[in-house]
Design a protein around this ligand. Sequence first.
Ligand SMILES: Nc1nc2c(ncn2[C@@H]2O[C@H](COP(=O)(O)OP(=O)(O)OP(=O)(O)O)[C@@H](O)[C@H]2O)c(=O)[nH]1
Ligand SMILES: [Mg+2]
Length: 295
Amino acid sequence: MSTRSGFVALAGRPNVGKSTLVNSMVGHKIAIVSDKPQTTRRAIRGVVTAPDRFQLVLTDLPGVQRPRDALTQRMQRRVESELAGADAALVVVNGEQGVGPGDRFIAEALTGSPVPVVIAVNKVDRLDRSRTVLVLEAAADLGPPDAEIFPVSARTGRGVPALVDHLAGLLPEGPFYFPPDEVSDQPEHVMLAELVREQVLNRTRQEVPHSVEVQVDEILEQQDLVVVRAFLWVETESQKGILIGARGKMIKAIGIAARRELERELGTRVHLDLSVRVRRSWRGDESLLDRLGIT
Ligand SMILES: Nc1nc2c(ncn2[C@@H]2O[C@H](COP(=O)(O)OP(=O)(O)OP(=O)(O)O)[C@@H](O)[C@H]2O)c(=O)[nH]1
Ligand SMILES: [Mg+2]
């Protein structure tokens, strides 16, 4: 029997719900999510396998934005190269906010490209029927005339199976790229670092979320637990103070919440050791970005 397989890259403004949608399509949390824009920094593959039928490899990407430093330059370059190499592009728009200039910019950039474009209008759980109709119409004006449009809620799962089926139908015939039980290509140390960063994002505001990167330095398996050591990189002493908090309260809360997430991910007890380090303008430090796997 012939199978279909290929890559679909997600494009959209920051915070529209791309990572939540990838997690929902894969049925597994492979990408962290937050209410802050620019959560995703790396290209992450999420794999949906229907045995004997198809393997849909979704590429979750950073939100499209204007680059400000080496970090955001790398993020944008990656968005462009992944979209150019994909079998199809899935443009995600935030239905709650409606279609805006940022969405038009992305759709126009894709219009000349040879890959098929599909549009997902996300967060329809926040809309009543008449607003849903309006935003679907606005989305129809966005794209290439043959682009199919899907209303979805990544949060509730509504509309997601129909979207997966449609995307699978766009894939070329070919063998699977990943073993059928693999859901992501993300190295374990990166996934664990991301789960720690998610807890930082949950608890910080303004410039701080953008100034923190987490690096897992060591994963030590012991008899009945795993020891994980991680650095939290920040750019200034004052950010370090914020992450540590009065009498260490903040770093303790981050540690407790992150340990729970790591235990769920690894299925074992975890001892998590966090240390906050200042590295001035790490976002402009090409060699650190290389080591962090932000390429
Ligand atoms: N109500 C509602 N909220 C959603 C839905 N999907 C995502 N969200 C929320 O939207 C916010 C952003 O979600 P993400 O998945 O991190 O968005 P993203 O597009 O990956 O963002 P970047 O990585 O920053 O580009 C989070 O607070 C999510 O919980 C949805 O279907 N409905
Ligand atoms: Mg994301």
